[in-house]
Ligand binder design. Structure first.
Ligand code: ASP
Length: 335
């Protein structure tokens, strides 16, 4: 047994949650525990390449009520790397189309002795509601515009890997803040770890309301660019918008796309990140997305490590000793 594997044999005392629903309610100790555990998994599996069957005999179910490529594949692969069985559930081909509620569907799946449900849903709070009705662990894989905790964690893990520490860094989230669950999870995680966070985009997509949490609000990428250590370029979530927030995609790209001209004015060691999927030419040009400053594919690899850590940590907790905060999550209030 290697040192890394031994490190993963005992469950960390700081982790007592049966669910991972958001980053907003995590303590600094919990946040650090899951990030450190993800790093240990990455080391112990040769960069997420090899198996480490710590979850042999467990079953995870992917309940995806919204489309997904990276997150679904990543959770499935992470579970398999840990030796768990994986059940895949797709809303469109299920009994939901026959009128069954999602809680009934989930309870039926749980009755097949599932240990963890990984859920994506278009409604904010849906994984929290699920956690109130099932005994197994629940992990939020993105709930509408609310949160995407494992995305926030993998983004932060990638920053830590490249910069050593997040404290003191200036991290800008650029684009559709109003509809981005990735933005919310990043904001809560980065603030707790001591980063200076800027949200930047058109005024129709970036609320001044974020200032009350200590986030800087900016409408001009060019004016903040020279100060940024990290740019996380968010996709415009057209599927969640009822009206067009700007005159044209071309105008948006002119003002906010990261391109060669802007790279020339950025810090020499700036990190370019994107949660994916990326729209080449809209939030980032291909030369920058594929260039030397881009860590976009590192994020995807780290997603595997973070999801192994999340599955392993929630599986190690027998009961919900730490229930999620009640009431409307803050991230849903600021739009
Ligand atoms: N993949 C991320 C999410 O599910 C970001 C995006 O869709 O643009 O929220």
């Amino acid at each position: 047994m290697t040192g890394e594997t031994a490190e993963l044999m005992s469950h960390p005392a700081a982790w007592t949650r049966r669910d991972l629903l958001d980053l907003e309610s995590l303590s600094l100790a919990e946040l650090t525990t899951i990030l450190d555990t993800a790093c240990a998994f990455k080391r112990a599996t040769d960069g997420c390449r090899t198996r480490l069957p710590l979850l042999g005999g467990k079953t995870t179910a992917n309940l995806f009520f919204e489309n997904s490529t990276r997150t679904r594949t990543s959770f499935g692969l992470a579970a398999k790397r840990l030796g768990a069985d994986v059940v895949d559930f797709t809303a469109s081909s299920s009994s939901l189309s026959k009128g069954e509620t999602f809680i009934d569907t989930a309870k039926n799946i749980e009755a097949m002795n599932v240990d963890v449900m990984v859920m994506r849903h278009r409604t904010p709070g849906a994984p929290w509601l699920l956690s109130q009705h099932v005994r197994c662990a629940v992990i939020n894989a993105g709930d509408g515009t609310h949160e995407h905790p494992t995305q926030g964690l993998l983004d932060i893990m990638t920053i830590r890997e490249h910069r050593g520490d997040v404290r003191g860094l200036t991290v800008a989230l650029v684009g559709d803040i109003a509809h981005s669950r990735t933005a919310r999870s990043n904001i809560w995680g980065l603030l707790k770890l001591g980063a200076h966070v800027i949200v930047c985009g058109p005024s129709t997509l970036v609320s001044r309301g974020w200032e009350q949490y200590g986030v800087e609000v900016a409408y001009s990428l060019d004016s903040i660019l020279p100060r940024c250590d990290v740019l996380n370029l968010l996709r415009i979530q057209f599927e969640r918008q009822s009206t067009r927030p700007f005159p044209s995609v071309r105008e948006y790209a002119l003002l906010y796309a990261m391109n060669a001209a802007r790279m020339a004015r950025a810090k020499k060691d700036i990190l370019i990140m994107a949660p994916g999927p990326i729209n080449r030419g809209v939030e980032v040009t291909p030369d920058v997305a594929d260039g030397p400053h881009s860590v976009i594919l590192h994020q995807v690899t780290n997603g595997l490590a973070v999801r192994m850590a999340a599955l392993w940590l929630v599986c190690g907790v027998k009961d919900r000793t730490c229930p999620p905060a009640t009431g409307v999550p803050t991230g849903c209030v600021v739009v």
